[in-house]
Design a protein around this ligand. Structure first.
Ligand code: FAD
Ligand code: SIN
Length: 522
């Protein structure tokens, strides 16, 4: 089946939905999501969205904190732009119906998280993402110009390549004409032709064994864009959240928000001793790279499986009212966090790199935008400051929408795109091979490309990935496509890019720490 539209949005998280809502008055929008609309990383966001609201905070402090966390690799112009557009984007979210907690005097109840010098995180209890998704998905479902296609898996971007023209990375004339997508319920591959395409496919945490990300986070957008010859950068900077609930066997891991440390929670070893001061004067509220590495080092030195987040000295009623979901989650596994410390471990959480974009979210491919976690805008540098990602997603979705609206009337819909070619692919794939390879991939990434890396570990990772890549491409070439197979193929591509970029960086910086080059190079 062939669809034609003005705007194709791939992904239904904060980036995709806010872009769709902004462009929908200027043309027809098709929004694809691979499962249901709400199943996104955005939904699980707990701590909130960072933005400067009141004195003593100011824009300069937020800029400084972002640059410090980014460890010298942020693009300062982008940082200043995002931070100063923040308050306007928050107003828009509120106009769309999102509720953020307020104090009795009507002011926002602002949280503080690691690396922030001030309280500036707007939040809704401890489930901010779900509240934002509730508001935006209600609006999107009601908009007459937005057609939402759930259970549609985008497989590949359409470019000149599909008309038989060879393309190479760096060619400024590559154009995106839309995407091929698998309609999962009909098991048919549709061609979706669009004047403008936005990739808002989120992250890739699921390539690791222990992650806070839901299973949709397999890096599809980065892989699709890379195959279409877009530039992808800084993927070596994978952020591990210091505190996910230690509950072996549960996947994804349940996040214990950093806001709990902002509220006064303290990290301790299992014998009840505080340890963060040894690593950073900011203690439990140092930036994430530092805290995750400190925990990793304590666990390795002590041979233990988890550390503790102690909140027992804090007001029990305050804890329950600010963190009701975390309180209930801990209770469900027999831990009353008002009386006993919470066992926590680091978990893969966020990818700072991705598809390179300019200040308007435009990728290096014409008419292809990227926003949200899939993009690399220059905001995060070598380490994302907590709660800056929702801010980045909504800000870049806005800028991409404004840019696309000005261009849409001059873009022609492409004709003559052939349907998906599945010639010679008749045998159904063997599920056991796919499941086993996915497990192997997650083991490789967790064992060799985690918080602490070395040249030998990265070399082993690339060698193992090469074998997986070869086997998977062979399987792909002779099988009818399925979501699991496509996800595996995408995840291998992203893993390869992470290792490739990690091996190119001959220094330790931000989230990338290599034992063989323990220092920053400049
Ligand atoms: P997502 O919200 O991840 O949406 C991705 C969408 O793309 C989904 O709809 C998915 O189905 C779709 N998709 C993917 N591949 C395909 C495909 N091939 N075909 C079709 N559709 C596809 N950040 C903060 O700033 N503050 C927080 O408090 C915070 N807390 C977090 C807590 C958790 C547990 C997690 C996991 C992340 C948290 N983050 C937080 C990070 C933040 O939530 C994400 O970076 C952000 O929500 C990403 O939004 P997005 O719109 O880019 O992508
Ligand atoms: C958290 O609530 O700790 C997550 C915040 C983030 O990832 O930005």
């Amino acid at each position: 089946m062939e669809h034609k539209t003005d705007f194709l949005v791939i992904g239904s998280g904060l980036a995709g939905l806010s872009f769709a809502l902004k462009v929908a008055d200027h043309g027809k929008v098709i929004l694809l999501t691979k499962t249901v609309l709400e199943e996104t990383n955005t939904w699980y966001a707990q701590g909130g969205i960072a933005s400067v609201m009141y004195a003593p905070d100011n824009l300069e402090k937020h800029v400084r904190d972002t640059l410090t966390a980014g460890d010298g690799l942020c693009d300062e112009k982008t940082v200043r732009m995002v931070v100063s557009e923040g308050p306007k984007q928050i107003e828009e979210l509120i106009r769309w119906g999102a509720n953020f907690d307020r104090l009795t005097d009507g002011k926002f109840d602002l949280n503080r998280e690691g690396g922030h010098s001030e309280h500036r995180i707007l939040h809704h209890k401890d489930n901010t993402g779900a509240e934002i998704m509730r508001a935006l998905s209600e609006k999107a479902r009601l908009h007459p110009n937005i057609e939402i296609l759930e259970n549609h898996f985008a497989m590949d971007l359409i470019t000149q390549h599909h008309q038989g023209t060879p393309i190479f990375r760096g060619n400024p004339e590559i154009e995106c004409y839309g995407a091929y997508a698998l309609n999962i319920s009909k098991n048919q591959i549709d061609t979706i032709l669009s004047k403008v395409t936005l990739l808002a496919t989120g992250g890739s945490g699921f390539i690791y064994q222990v992650t806070t990300n839901p299973p949709i986070a397999t890096g599809d957008g980065i892989a699709m864009a890379y195959r279409a010859k877009a530039f992808v950068e800084h993927t070596e900077f994978v952020q591990f959240h210091p505190t996910s609930l230690y509950h072996p066997g549960e996947r994804p891991s349940y996040l214990i928000t950093e806001a709990l440390r902002g509220f006064g929670g303290i990290l301790k070893t299992q014998d009840g001793v505080e340890f963060m001061q040894k690593y950073d004067p900011r203690g439990s509220l140092a930036s994430r790279d530092i805290v995750a590495r400190a925990i990793d080092s304590e666990l390795k030195n002590r041979g233990e499986d988890y550390v503790l987040l102690d909140c027992t000295h804090l007001n029990p009623e305050g804890l329950k009212s600010h963190f009701p979901n975390i309180y209930q989650k801990c209770l469900s596994i027999g831990i009353d966090m008002t009386n006993e410390p919470i066992p926590v471990v680091p978990a893969a959480h966020y990818i700072c790199g991705g598809i390179r974009t300019d200040e308007n979210g435009q990728s290096t491919i014409l008419n292809l935008y990227a926003a949200g976690e899939v993009a690399c805008t220059g905001l995060h540098g070598a380490n994302r400051l907590a709660s800056n990602s929702l801010l980045e997603a909504v800000t870049f979705a806005h800028r991409a929408a404004m840019d696309a609206i000005t261009k849409i009337s001059s873009i022609r819909l492409q004709e003559g795109i052939p349907p998906w070619n599945d010639e010679g692919t008749s045998s159904p794939e063997e599920m056991v091979l796919i499941t086993q390879s996915t497990r192997e991939l997650q083991q490789i990434m967790s064992n060799y490309v985690g918080i602490v890396r070395s040249n030998a570990r990265l070399k082993r990772a690339i060698d193992r990935l090469y074998i997986l890549h070869r086997e998977t491409e062979e399987l792909y070439s002779r099988s009818t496509v399925s979501v699991k197979l496509c996800e595996l193929r995408n995840a291998i591509k992203v893993a390869y890019l992470i290792v490739k970029h990690a091996r190119q960086r001959k220094e330790s910086q931000g989230l990338h720490y290599n034992l063989d080059y323990p220092k920053k190079d400049h």
